[in-house]
Design a protein around this ligand. Structure first.
Ligand code: NAD
Length: 298
């Protein structure tokens, strides 16, 4: 029985963060520029608080200028737009991120589109989405999660995916669709599947690369998987898990990791796979924004 390689996203993210930290120090020494990241959080959602804390910590450890704006749960649309406008005009800030989801009374689309595209390090602005779709990525920002997935796929298969079949499960704007664009740009033959796809296991069975971004625990099973396939598990699901003989709440992905390990070539674990890479790609995008603002090539 083959045992799939466990792709260590945590270790890869740590390596990448180290090189971002080195490049940040160099940028400051040679050009007097310190990458600045502003994170805006609105309301008290506990999961969002954890994500924002982790992003701030990562930014500080890379040597960035890192600021956080916390607005009350009942902040008005105008208040949020005013803050974004100030951050757009602030030369010390190269990346602006508004933590989603937003309280229901706010217009998420208007808020994400108010961020200056050159500071949109989440890659959610239509200008950045359009450039990614058109393959014009030299000055565009790619959403962090698919960008991190792509680096892990490149590590396994190289940058040219000619002749490879890739199946993306999930068609969200922040993961599935940009993931499909990146895979297509790397010459893979891409199928995007979703909740209305007929006979999903049969579609997935043709894939050399599977990216699962659904939000359904352990959905992808060994009998869906072509022998040797590379599986990237984006899903984050909170479930009861047996940890040290006790049932505790833990995280699990969309892929049944233990099951697929007997068939796949390589699999990302949850936790410790895509998650750490996502945060590091945010740092990478912010450093890149700072460099581009100074007219430095990538
Ligand atoms: P989403 O809810 O916006 O999209 C889910 C997609 O899954 C939809 O396109 C839907 O059509 C598809 N889907 C639902 N049921 C399906 C089924 N039975 N078969 C096939 N497709 C089905 O979610 P999202 O924002 O793309 O996130 C997906 C998952 O990835 C979630 O678990 C989320 O928490 C996780 N996530 C992780 C990271 C990370 O950094 N690791 C980042 C973003 C999202």
């Amino acid at each position: 029985m083959t045992v799939a390689k466990r792709i260590d996203g945590k270790a890869k993210a740590a390596d990448l963060a180290e090189s971002i930290t080195r490049e940040t120090a160099l940028l400051q020494k040679e050009h007097g520029i310190k990458p600045g990241l502003a994170v805006v959080i609105i309301g008290e959602d506990p999961a969002s608080q954890v994500y924002v804390r982790n992003k701030k910590r990562a930014a500080e450890s890379c040597g960035f200028h890192s600021i956080q704006h916390t607005l009350a749960d009942d902040a008005s649309q105008n208040e949020v737009l005013q803050l974004i406008s100030e951050l757009n005009d602030d030369d010390a800030i190269h990346g602006i991120l508004v933590q989603l989801p937003l309280p229901r009374h706010l217009d998420e689309l208007a808020i994400t589109q108010a961020i200056e595209p050159t500071k949109d390090v989440d890659g959610f602005h239509f200008i950045n989405i359009g450039k990614l779709t058109a393959g014009q990525t030299s000055d565009a920002f790619t959403p962090c999660t698919p960008a991190g997935c792509m680096l892990m796929i490149e590590d396994e298969l190289g940058g040219d995916l000619s002749g490879k079949n890739a199946v993306v499960i999930g068609r969200s704007n922040i993961v599935g669709k940009p993931m499909a664009s990146l895979l297509l740009q790397a010459n893979a033959t891409v199928t995007v599947t979703h909740s209305r796809t007929k006979d999903l296991p049969a579609v997935v069975a043709a894939a050399d690369i599977i990216v699962a971004a659904v939000g359904r625990p352990n959905m992808v099973k060994a009998d869906w998987v072509k022998p040797g396939a590379i599986i990237i598990d984006v899903g984050i699901n909170r479930v009861g898990k047996v940890i040290d003989g006790e049932i505790k709440m833990g995280l699990t992905g969309d892929v049944d990791f233990d099951d697929v390990c007997s068939v796949a070539g390589a699999v990302t674990p949850v936790p410790g796979g895509v998650g750490p890479m996502t945060i590091t790609m945010l740092m990478s995008n912010t450093l890149r924004s700072a460099r581009l603002s100074a007219g430095l090539e990538d």
